[in-house]
Design a protein around this ligand. Structure first.
Ligand code: PLP
Length: 389
């Protein structure tokens, strides 16, 4: 028996991450500029680091409740009520998790039976698709029309719903497009969810990174959405805390209870020190978040200015997160080929768009979460190389 024969059936359906593949290809190359990953270049703000150090000194080195420390759940509940218009009971309706990523596997396993269907707005964050498969369910991409600015179309959603459809996965601001859904888009999703009794998984991890005239609205705050929305968020992006592995999920009564049941068997509890750091992040000064947002905005504008030099490149102006998702198909239809070509020729690493669903074909996801100089050098090298095409 070979090792491969020992693998579970479900692994045959799971695709390795396109981003990881590019990172592996770039290993060993010199002077590579990494624009493929959504990794803030900032160090976690000082007051958060101090809170973690203090927590360790005070002996916060033990398991906590599975749901997380009550004081952190209370801070999350207050934040959601104050900023997002979502009211949840910190005792029973908030679960602190080991990174937002954990909530996707838990949601899929908690609410999808084998054969159930889950709609995924395409382009999508890959974990929604893969975790649906892991649960034995069927991910059903709903293409968002780029020419229509990624507007959500009720008909497109509804024609993919059947009696086995249970859930809609969504993310706003979006990874990979940087698009921020409007209130009207969100209302369309809620209407379909209500009509067909679907759950909504709303990933709001980029909510603090918003630009131009965009406004973040939590779908769970819209009428009729409260009972069916699983709102998830984390500290990785807003507070530059990717390595701390800490996030949260908020959902009404029975939903949160089921999530917590699985959470126990997955992780037992989130890191105690990271929870104390997250508490400081939520309750401490927020000017650090705004400073980082402004710097991302500066990079975003510079990247778009460079891209605009090539008329064959098109994109929906990103107003959130730290990604731009240009369509390069007029220059090269195969995004994998283009990403590899750019890596080899210019030593700039990007993420091929098809890793984010069919709607990403011919696109590259370019992250501007790297330091300004690297972002500018990287994007200039890409543009120069494409000008020669
Ligand atoms: C949309 C989205 N959700 C979740 C995550 C993972 O977040 P966390 O670090 O909280 O697990 C990412 C990371 O890139 C992301 O882009």
């Amino acid at each position: 028996m070979t090792k491969e024969n020992l693998s579970a059936e479900r692994l045959k359906f799971i695709k390795p991450s396109a981003i990881r593949r590019m990172i592996d290809l770039s290993a060993g190359m010199k002077d590579v500029i990494h624009l493929e990953q959504g990794e803030p270049d900032f160090i976690t703000p000082e007051h958060i680091l101090e809170a973690a150090k203090k927590a360790m000194d005070e002996g916060y080195t033990h398991y906590t409740q599975t749901q997380g420390l009550l004081e952190l759940r209370e801070a999350v509940s207050e934040k959601l009520s104050r900023e997002n218009g979502i009211d949840v009971d910190p005792k029973t309706e908030v679960v602190i998790v080991s990174g937002t990523q954990e909530t996707m596997a838990i949601t899929a396993l908690a609410f999808l039976n084998p054969g159930d269907r889950a709609l995924v707005l395409d382009p999508y964050y890959p974990a929604y698709f893969e975790d649906t498969l892991i649960a034995g369910a069927v991910p059903v991409p709903v293409p968002l029309d780029e020419e229509e600015g990624y507007r959500v179309d009720q008909e497109e959603l509804e024609k993919r719903v059947d009696s086995r459809t249970k859930l809609i996965w969504m993310c706003s601001p979006s990874n990979p497009t940087g698009h921020v859904f409007t209130k009207q888009d969100l209302e369309t999703i809620v209407e379909v969810a209500k009509k067909h009794d679907l759950l909504i998984f709303s990933d709001e991890i980029y909510e603090k990174l918003i630009y131009d005239d965009a406004k973040h609205i939590s779908i769970g705050s819209l009428p009729g959405a409260e009972e069916r929305t699983i709102t998830v968020n984390g500290f990785s992006k807003a507070y530059a805390m990717t390595g701390w592995r800490i996030g949260y999920v908020a959902a009404k009564g029975a939903l949160a209870k089921e999530i917590n049941k699985l959470h126990y068997y997955m992780v037992l509890c989130p890191s105690s020190v990271a929870q104390k750091a997250a508490l400081a992040a939520l309750t401490g000064p927020q000017d650090c978040v705004e400073k980082m947002r402004q710097e991302y905005d500066r990079r975003r504008k510079a990247v778009l200015k460079e891209l605009d030099k090539i008329p064959e490149i098109s994109y929906v102006r990103p107003k959130g997160a730290f990604y731009v998702f240009p369509d390069f198909s007029k220059l090269e239809r195969d995004d994998e080929t283009l990403a590899k070509e750019l890596l080899n020729k210019t030593h700039v690493c990007t993420a091929p768009g098809s890793g984010f669903g069919e709607g990403g074909g011919g696109h590259l996801r370019i992250s501007y979460s790297a330091p300004y100089d690297q972002v500018i050098t990287g994007i200039s090298r890409i543009v120069e190389s494409l000008e020669e095409k």
